[in-house]
Design a protein around this ligand. Structure first.
Ligand code: ADP
Ligand code: SF4
Length: 701
């Protein structure tokens, strides 16, 4: 960061030294215990340089091992529409080699997660029939009308040959560690291990010994192919959380008992991906510990595992208590690519702790480059040249006023402060954080406060940024001497029902109290017993407020035009858990209906298919539909442009929700963009403002 940061020259307390011991993994040595496990990123084979640069920054940040996401080993393992890495043939080697090279530039080991998706891939791109242990519909996130066909012994021999070829290519591409992936219900080997998918009666089905046969064979092939040149890791689900219908702890103890010393490293994961990467709403740090504990004793090889670890003390406990040898991280490494270095240097206040929101996962689910609520530079390292720890020095001695201390204003102020700009951050309320602080008071969202805490701590240590607790007006701004003003005054929830379903206000009977999420976040709960929550937002807010109200003793009905609660959270892998929680709290779920109007004693709901109306009794309604920018100040400043010259004011820009209401991640990103681009030449969208790679044209025929 810039020289303006005031930083005590801290050193880490010796109790953390254990985290910086090297660990031998077969023929290679990890320089410390920080291990970035494979994670998807929505860039994969499409955004090759962007992907490579993202991994490079983590190597710079001190991780000992950096892995790719799953790399499809064969065209018949095509997980379209998801964008992962590919190693189908030699054509894919240069792209993967670039990632390995970038990781090596900063002294880390490069790992590749070879995956045969089997019945987890619909093969829409390659159009071949997927293969699995049984004739079953594919187990994809999108319930595709595709069946996997049962593999016969020739198919198994093919798969083993393809896997070997992928290992060979991985070595050629420069990887130090090659994965055999048997985890997360994402690949063929997992499906063979699990009773849920494996009903075979041949040598590959039935007993645990038979179900692990394919794993054993592929591990042996991989080790033979590796021939001591690279390490071989095995990633495996330790419990499928399905009782006797899936992979049980007993199965896994048998597997590790039999194969424990085959691979050079075990990577233990839990259940399917959605069980392993739960949001903070549904799982604490080190959630996996109770499932992984005890397995290390069954092998002489090192063990890595995850747990959304951000606390150095928890990491030390994992090592000291013999649960893990290597601290695995996907999300904590996304939120803070420099996590190891910060712990190494004792800079604990500088850690950007993951908030467990899974916006990063949503990048993968929406096939767009990974983004992160806490780390706005994620996915922008190559595209825009952003760096999580560095930003270019200021272009002038200009003074900047940032109005509003929510996620956008905080990020803009801290990033501008690091650039060396003189910044005043004006916030009307006594506390910083805006919506992040308000939402953190809702059930399960406490970790959202980390968005504010990290930035507030940075600002406190910057000499360049001053805080002012005041609600500033346009008059005041034009009376001061600022060169630039960023207006980050946020947004408010609408109270008129306008959103996705209704694009015009709905009839509201004044006799029925109507509240918005802002009211509930300010502590105003409806007085009556029966409350209808109309969720036309479809992200987390509607479900969270239904939970809040149910916990406060109200009888809640959640009405949504979607077919399921909080439907967009499919992309953050929490929809199932949200709906289960609400049902357990006795929330009545009224799906595929919209609130069409309020009446004195309830609401009228309308079926989205038939338009049939029904009366739903209620004492109050909460409308969770859409938001409007709080942009009065911004608009007034624009209207008074004629006065800018006299005030030496050069630019005024709305940032974050005030510009366009969105996610917290989007607001933080906008704040960063403002700071990155201040006093840089820009146009009004006439040129693409980021780098991208376009498909090369094949002229070979
Ligand atoms: P974003 O997500 O875009 O950062 P938030 O709604 O979280 O937006 O934050 C907006 C912040 O701006 C709130 O903390 C609010 O108190 C503050 N604010 C709004 N208007 C003013 C103003 N005129 N002067 C100072 N602070 C303001
Ligand atoms: Fe953590 Fe959210 Fe960032 Fe993902 S997007 S790394 S869950 S803060």
């Amino acid at each position: 960061m810039s020289v303006e940061t005031v930083r005590e020259t801290a050193r880490r307390p010796p109790r953390y030294d254990v985290l910086f011991e090297p660990v031998r993994i077969g023929p290679v040595t990890a320089r410390n215990r920080f291990f970035q496990v494979p994670h998807c990123n929505g860039m994969g084979y499409r955004d090759v340089s962007a992907h490579a640069e993202m991994r490079k920054v983590k190597a710079e940040g001190g991780w000992a091992v950096i892995c790719t996401e799953q790399a499809e080993i064969h065209y018949s393992s095509d997980i379209t529409p998801f964008i992962e890495a590919r190693i189908w043939d030699d054509k894919d080697v240069p792209a993967l080699a670039l990632v390995a090279d970038k990781v090596h530039e900063h002294g880390a080991l490069a790992g590749i997660e070879l995956a045969y998706n089997g019945m987890n891939g619909p093969n829409f791109y390659s159009r071949t029939a997927p293969m699995g242990p049984a004739h079953l519909p594919v187990a994809t996130f999108t319930t595709d009308p595709v069946q996997a066909r049962r593999m016969d012994l020739d198919d198994i021999a093919d798969l083993r040959r393809w896997h070997r070829a992928a290992v060979r290519r991985s070595i050629e591409a420069g990887y130090d560690l090659v994965y055999v992936y048997a985890g997360h219900a994402l690949g063929g080997i997992h499906h063979f291990l699990s009773r849920r998918y494996n009903d075979r009666t041949d040598a590959y089905g039935g007993s645990a010994e038979n179900r692990m046969r394919l794993l054993r064979e592929i591990l042996e092939d991989t080790l033979e192919e590796a021939a001591g040149r690279v390490a071989v890791a095995c990633r495996i689900t330790v419990d499928e959380l399905l009782g006797d219908e899936g992979i049980t702890r007993g199965d896994i103890e048998e597997v590790i008992g039999a194969l424990g010393d085959l691979p050079d490293l075990w990577d233990f994961v839990l259940g399917a991906w959605e069980d392993d990467s739960v949001t903070a709403r549904f799982g604490e740090e080190a959630e996996q510990e109770r499932y992984v504990r005890g397995l290390k004793a069954l092998t002489s090889k090192p063990v890595v595992g995850v747990g959304r670890f951000t606390s150095a003390d928890t990491m030390v406990r994992m090592v000291r208590s013999g649960v893990l040898d290597l601290i695995g991280a996907a999300r904590p490494s996304i939120a803070d690519p420099y996590l190891p270095r910060k712990i190494e240097e004792g800079r604990f206040d500088d850690i950007r702790e993951c908030i467990g929101c899974n916006i990063c996962v949503a990048g993968d689910f929406t096939m767009s480059p990974i983004r992160c609520t806490q780390n706005p530079t994620m996915g922008e390292e190559w595209r825009r040249g952003w760096h999580p720890e560095r930003i270019r020095p200021r272009a002038s001695e200009a003074k900047v006023l940032v109005v509003g201390g929510g996620p956008a204003g905080l990020e803009a102020a801290q990033a501008l402060g690091h650039r060396g700009y003189e910044v005043i951050l004006a916030e009307a309320s006594h506390a910083l954080g805006g919506r992040a602080a308000a939402e953190a008071r809702l059930p399960g969202l406490a970790s959202y406060v980390r968005v504010a805490d990290y930035r507030e701590a940075q600002i406190e240590r910057l000499r360049t940024v001053e805080r002012a607790q005041s609600e500033v007006s346009a008059d005041e701004i034009l009376g001061y001497d600022f060169d630039h003003v960023a207006v980050a005054t946020g947004a408010r929830w609408r109270a008129d029902g306008v959103g996705r379903h209704h694009t015009a206000p709905i009839p509201l009977d004044p006799a029925l109290p109507v509240l918005t999420p802002d009211d509930l976040m300010a502590g105003r709960l409806p007085e009556g017993e029966r409350v209808v929550v109309f969720d036309d937002d479809h992200y987390y807010m509607g479900g969270v407020l239904a939970e809040l109200l149910a916990r406060a003793g109200r009888r809640v009905a959640l009405v949504t035009p979607a077919h399921a609660v909080s439907n967009w959270t499919l992309a953050t892998m929490e929809q199932h858990r949200i709906q289960r929680r609400l049902l357990e709290l006795e929330v009545e779920i009224v799906a595929s209906r919209a609130v069409a109007a309020t009446v004195a004693d309830g609401v009228l709901t309308r079926c989205v298919f038939t338009d049939r109306e029904r009366h739903l009794p209620a004492d109050a309604a909460v409308l969770v539909t859409a938001r409007l920018p709080e942009d009065a100040l911004y608009r007034e400043l624009l209207e008074r442009r004629a006065e800018w010259d006299d005030a030496n004011l050069r630019t005024v820009q709305a940032v974050g929700d005030c510009w366009s209401p969105g996610t917290i991640a989007a607001a933080v990103w906008e704040g960063r963009r403002y700071a990155e681009e201040l006093e840089e030449p820009t146009d009004r969208g006439d040129t693409v403002p980021f780098r991208r790679e376009v498909t090369g044209i094949d002229r070979s025929s």
